[in-house]
Each structure stands twice: as C-alpha cells, then as structure tokens.
Design a protein around this ligand. Structure first.
Ligand SMILES: Nc1nc2c(ncn2[C@@H]2O[C@H](COP(=O)(O)OP(=O)(O)OP(=O)(O)O)[C@@H](O)[C@H]2O)c(=O)[nH]1
Ligand SMILES: [Mg+2]
Length: 432
C-alpha cells in the first residue's frame, strides 16, 4: 500500500486559484474528513466547504477513482482560492489527516510505476512545462503522445525478431528450424542502423526547437555590437557609447522570432589591453563565441574582410550602413544599421541557416540528451553486431543485438534502471 501524498500543483504565490492534489489509497477517505459535501461521483467538480484549522474555505473538489486517474491511484484535487496562506492551510489539513508531503515529480513517478505513462511520456511533460516557445511545447507534446516511444518499440520488435529466430534455431537444433543466415541478419541490422541514423540526425533541429539558437556577437570595440543587441531585442538593454570598451562582461538576452528562440550574447570588444577587467572581458567574449551555435562577426568597416578565428559557423555583419558611401562587396555577409533598427535580415538569415522552418513540418525530433545518448549507444552496439556477423558465430551476434535491444529500451523505460527513473522524475516540479 502506498502512502497518500499531497502537494500544491499550481505555482506558488498570488493567483486566482490554487490546485492542491492528493494521491494514494486513502486520498478519498482523508478528503471526506474535511470537505463536505464530498462529490457523490468521480470526475465531477463539486462546490463545498473545506474546513481547515484556521478558517473554512469555499472550494471545489473533484476525485478520480483508481485506476482512472493520472497516477493510477485514488486522487483528489481541491480547487481553492489562490495565494500562499490558503494553499498552506489546505495542505496542512491534508497532512494532519494522514497525508504526507510529496517529493518532486512523485505523482508522475507513481503514474509510471502504475503503467500510466512511460519515461518518454514523462519527459514530454517536463519539456512542455519548461517550453518557452510553441515549437518546444510541440516537441514535448510529441513525446507525451508517445511518438518516439512507438518508433522505438517498432525498432525493438525488429531486433527481437532476429534474436528470437536465432535463439530458437540455436536452442532447439533438433526441431530443424532454419537458422537465419548471417547475411540476412546483417542486412536487417543495417536497415535498423540507417533508421537510427535518421532519428539521430533530427537532434540538431531538436536542439533548435528546444533551446533555440545561441548567437555570439563579437568584433572590435565600437563597431556597434551592443547597439545591434538592442536593435535585435527591440529594447534598450545594453549600454551603448562612443567610448571604446563600453561593454566589459557578456550579456545574454533571448527573443523569439517566428517561434524560434534566439539567445543573443553581447560581448566585450576584442582588442589588446592592459586593463585586467578588459582582459577578462575579452576572454569571456572568446568563450561565448566558442560555445555559440553561430558567431556574428561584426565590423563597421566596409573594406574589412577579416574572419573571426572559430570552428563555429559565422556570419560577417557590416554595421553602420547609414554611414557607408558604397555597399560592402562581400557575399556571405549582411549589411545592417543598428542605428536605424534595420537588422531583421539577421534573424531571418539565422532562421534559414538553421532550417528552423522545417521544425513545423518535422514528424519527430529528438530533443532530449538522454534519448540521443541511448540512440547513439544502441547504434554503436548494432555496428558491433554487424562487424561480428563477419568474424564470429550467430550466437555472439545475438548477444550484441540483445544488448542493443536493452539500450533502446532505456528510452521508454521498458528496461530502465532505478537511478535513471529517479533522475527523470526529480526534474519535475512539486505537485506534478
Ligand atoms: N551611425 C551609426 N552609428 C552606430 C550604429 N550602431 C552603433 N553606432 C554607434 O557606434 C558607437 C558604438 O556603439 P556600441 O553599440 O556601444 O558599440 P560596441 O561594439 O558595443 O562597443 P564596445 O562595447 O565598446 O565593444 C555608438 O556611438 C553608437 O551610437 C549604426 O548603425 N550607425
Ligand atoms: Mg558594447
């Protein structure tokens, strides 16, 4: 029998309403002690009086009977007035009547244990809660809908076919079962590796959908980097002046453009200096460029062809076009004027560069590092299996394939270890 847990499911603080959720075998009995009239049937909200130690709260109550609830257990929700004190008093009342405080993600963990969701569903919920753009929320919704889970189960089934036919043939030689040839196993394995590669390749776009694009703005002092940041954000965020070395530290601000998040980092102007603070600023600027998805190499000199030394993709930006007599000649560069606010081309170019428009039409994107790691490890194991096909016997290949099956199972949790499960659910907020 599980304890009955309670937590505030809505955000803490001043709000119109708070939802407090209780789950566990005794949830309904506990709620009946202080809420009346208790709803006569499940799944219907009922207005009533919730007696706390300090005051009577006019609230609504709904219960869900096991197994037809989010957690799969008896669950009760109180929809109360918002604010810290009311929620606190209702939670205390639940605790005083036998419930215990829930851990982060414990409701969802129970849903997993009771077979109501798999790990990718859970991770989908986390991604939806954390989403800052609709494309990030869509990626979460796809996980919740189990799109990835279904794809993985299909791949696992194909692997299991190989394992089972090999094992049957190896274990029951007297049955005279046809032993799958090494060649047929190899060709199926190659197909599966190709499918895994396709999934893995979606992770680049998946990262764009989930986190957005990190853009470092670098260049010499006074070329207008901070002015560009302000123009890109549409707010007067960074200090701008005609004194060289105005920006000392990196400054990151995000803005959504066509439903993609751009994380712009303004940096200190690059130059040699004896000022310790400026030296540190330049060091941070280079670090920001090294970890960005793309570098905007800004200059205000139309004849400047310099390339910023980085392995990251970069776009040269000619700023202050309002002062140019002749437009700069170079292709693969953008000419803008931060002063006139004429910088839209930068966002549009980056949007195209990262194929962000494909996010909407994509069927399934890998947005989660853990999933990517499992896919890569699963693929690696199958590549071993394919090599083993040439150098060893089918039973060794079978073991490789079994291991790959297990690794892919970690994605949905059909084969996940306790610590992976704990790690995932601890990322949830309280009350989820
Ligand atoms: N005419 C014109 N002036 C600009 C433009 N963009 C920036 N400036 C001016 O250039 C000067 C430097 O601008 P900042 O944005 O502070 O330059 P920065 O690259 O951030 O400089 P540091 O922080 O010192 O590295 C300021 O006087 C701005 O007003 C532009 O598009 N046109
Ligand atoms: Mg600056």
């Amino acid at each position: 029998m599980s304890d009955t847990i309670v937590a505030l499911s809505t955000a803490r603080g001043r709000a119109a309403i708070s939802v407090i959720r209780m789950s566990g075998e005794d949830a309904i009995d506990i709620a009946k002690k202080f809420f009346s009239p208790f709803p006569a049937q499940p799944n219907f909200l009922k207005v009533g009086k919730l007696k706390t130690e300090h005051f009577d709260e006019q609230a609504m109550c709904v219960y869900f009977a096991a197994p037809h609830s989010y957690t799969g257990e008896n669950t009760v929700e109180f929809h109360c007035h918002g604010g810290t004190a009311v929620a606190q008093a209702v939670i205390e009342t639940c605790l005083n009547n036998g419930a215990i405080m829930a851990q982060n993600g414990e409701f969802s963990k129970r849903a997993f244990i009771n077979g109501k969701q798999n790990l990718t569903n859970a991770e989908g919920i986390i991604e939806m809660i954390n989403a800052e753009t609709a494309s990030a929320a869509k990626a979460g919704a796809d996980l919740l809908e189990n799109k990835l889970g279904k794809r993985i189960t299909e791949l696992q089934d194909r692997l299991l076919d190989i394992v089972s036919s090999c094992e049957a043939a190896l274990d029951y030689p007297e049955e005279d079962l046809e032993l799958p040839t090494v060649n047929s196993a190899k060709s199926i394995l190659k197909d599966i590796v190709r499918d895994l590669d396709t999934l893995i390749s979606t992770s680049t776009l998946g990262k764009v959908a989930k986190y957005g694009i990190d853009v470092a703005i670098v260049g010499k002092p006074n070329v207008g980097k901070s002015s560009l940041l302000n123009a890109l954000l549409g707010t007067d965020r960074a200090i701008v002046s005609d004194i060289q070395g105005t920006t000392r530290d990196t400054l990151t601000e995000s803005v959504n453009y066509r439903d993609i998040r751009f994380n712009f980092v303004d940096t200190a102007g690059l130059r040699d200096s004896s000022d310790v603070i400026e030296i540190e600023g330049v060091k941070r600027a280079r670090k920001a460029a090294d970890s960005a998805d793309v570098v905007l190499n800004v200059t205000d000199d139309p004849s400047d062809r310099s390339v910023y030394p980085t392995i990251r993709p970069q776009v040269r930006i000619y700023n202050k076009s309002d002062l140019f007599d002749e437009p700069p000649c170079c292709v693969d560069s953008l000419t803008v004027s931060a002063k006139n606010g004429d910088v839209g081309i930068i966002k549009e170019t980056l949007y195209e560069m990262f194929s962000a428009k494909d996010i909407d039409s994509s069927d399934l994107l890998i947005t989660n590092e853990r999933h990517l790691d499992c896919l890569k490890r699963g693929k690696q194991q199958l590549v071993c299996a394919i090599t083993d096909c040439d150098v060893t016997t089918l039973d060794v290949v079978t073991n490789d394939v079994k291991r790959a099956w297990e690794i892919l199972g970690e994605i949905t949790g059909s084969n996940a270890q306790e610590d992976i499960i704990d790690r995932i659910y601890s990322k949830f907020c309280l009350g989820k």
